[in-house]
Design a protein around this ligand. Structure first.
Ligand SMILES: *Cc1c(COP(=O)(O)O)cnc(C)c1O
Length: 467
């Protein structure tokens, strides 16, 4: 499989290339040159298969010659054996034809583990094979950072620098990163928003010297391998609910558009998806886009679902690329317009798969309380946004509706307790998390300061100085 940049000015790469590169050198994102197709027969053949096996089968075409089918399956099986549910991504029924898919059974209690735990192994192997080191630079609205820190801690060939917006992530999210003692993990609180953090990362990735000297790698959802790994659970759920003979709809709590874009990819591969609902909190750039076709930046507002407090959704560019007929010149124009004026317009009437819906803070709390009262199931605030959107945008009741449950409620215990009076407990393995010492530096929202920090603190930066 070849991967091309959405902006058309970086060279095409194979899977291992995009795994190591993250963002393309022209500022674009890598997408597969074509969508591999899943036939009806192939989908039927997935029925009843364990998660790792299904994922290996569905995703193998994206890897090309990078790994053999057996080697890939072995990595997936080893990864998901470490999750705390044998179904890996179990479906829980909440209504006559309404389900949640629990994606929080990995080590850091959010769906990011589904891809990141595999990515850690894939990157480590690829670097070892090339005898190379890498410096991971990432921005997190909370859960990506925790997932990356867990997936990469202690790895010999990799340093991790993880930026988060100071004071804007939950205490559990922060402590999952800052209490990790391994020397290769570096936490940085930025005095700004998540979008500021993401912009800093983008800026440094566009400095060719720094990128080369530190061998910068990205594990944000802009890394294709993460999106790819997320495709598997859409297929897993749809097959369990009757695909290819029935269509299925998904409601996806959305921030950076990575998770829902994986659903889009599954649909492009031939999975019968009726609707994809982009469920947002009041940071609703995507919900507005799917309502009126205008992609217009707003102010980032803090909410009780902080992992979705995003107004510039990096992965959206991948979707735009398809929407403009895979014309990179058009993508460059639109992204330039967005950079300059903060908005662009695409006619939304061509869109039939996606719908958007925004959910306010009070509605989110009410949804947590209602779901608890009616079903006994405890939703975290992100999942509750998805559930409220699923209710509002429910189409044909005969089509199963699956809401992606993106985090364990204990990750956002304060908000959940406030909403329904029940305090979710952290799983036993997190005992003591709130008491351990933290390691983190605070830096201003300034690319030059961050560059100096990376050069002086990373192993590759220090080696370069010594040379
Ligand atoms: C990251 C995250 C989201 C948003 O996912 P995107 O891929 O950024 O759209 C939603 N919920 C939780 C709990 C998350 O961690």
């Amino acid at each position: 499989m070849r991967y091309v940049s959405t902006r058309g000015q970086a060279r095409a790469l194979d899977f291992e290339g995009v795994l190591l590169a993250g963002l393309a050198t022209d500022g674009g994102l890598y997408v597969p040159a074509r969508w591999p197709l899943l036939s009806r027969r192939a989908i039927k053949g997935l029925r009843g298969r364990p998660y790792a096996e299904l994922a290996a089968t569905v995703l193998q075409p994206y890897l090309g010659k990078h790994l053999s089918a057996d080697a890939f399956h072995a990595i997936l099986a080893e990864t998901y054996a470490g999750f705390d549910h044998p179904a890996v991504a179990p479906l829980v029924q909440l209504g006559p034809n309404d389900w949640v898919m629990e994606l929080f059974h990995g080590p850091t209690l959010a769906f990011k583990d589904m891809a990141m735990q595999v990515l850690g192994r894939l990157l480590d192997q690829a670097l070892a094979r090339r005898g190379r080191r890498a410096t991971i630079l990432g921005a997190t609205s909370g859960d990506t950072g925790a997932a990356a820190v867990d997936a990469f801690r202690g790895r010999e060939a990799i340093d991790v620098f993880m930026l988060h917006p100071e004071g804007r992530i939950s205490p559990v999210q922060r402590r999952q990163m800052t209490t990790v003692a391994d020397a290769n993990i570096h936490n940085i609180a930025i005095q700004g928003t998540f979008d500021d953090c993401q912009a800093l990362v983008k800026t440094l990735f566009q400095e060719p010297d720094l990128r080369r000297d530190l061998s910068l790698a990205a594990v944000n959802s802009i890394n294709w391998a993460r999106v790819m790994l997320q495709i598997a659970y859409y297929v897993h759920a749809a097959v369990a609910l009757g695909a290819p003979d029935r269509t299925v709809s998904f409601s996806v709590p959305t921030g950076n558009f990575g998770d829902i874009y994986a659903g889009y990819a599954a649909a492009r591969m031939g999975l019968p998806i009726q609707a994809l609902i982009a469920a947002t909190n009041r940071n609703d750039i995507l919900a507005r886009f799917f309502q009126n076709g205008e992609y217009a930046r707003g102010e980032v507002m803090p909410t009780i679902s902080p992992s979705m407090d995003i107004q510039v959704a990096s992965n959206f560019e991948r979707y735009v690329y398809d929407r403009v007929g895979r014309a990179p010149d058009r993508v460059r124009e639109l992204m330039a317009a967005f950079g300059a004026a903060g908005s662009f317009v695409l006619p939304s009437n061509q869109e039939t798969l996606f719908t958007g819906f925004q959910v306010g803070e009070d509605e989110t709390r009410a949804e947590i309380a209602r779901t608890r009262a009616e079903t006994g199931w405890l939703a975290d605030p992100h999942t509750a946004v998805g559930l409220a959107a699923a209710r509002a945008r429910r189409g044909d009741p005969a089509v199963p509706m699956v809401t992606l449950s993106t985090a364990h409620p204990a990750k956002f215990a304060e908000a959940v307790t406030q909403a329904c009076g029940v305090r979710p407990e952290l799983p036993a393995r997190y005992m003591g998390l709130m008491d351990r010492p933290e390691r983190c530096v605070t830096l201003p929202n300034d690319a030059a300061v961050l560059r100096d920090h990376l050069l002086s603190q990373s192993r590759l930066g220090r080696a370069r100085k010594a040379a």
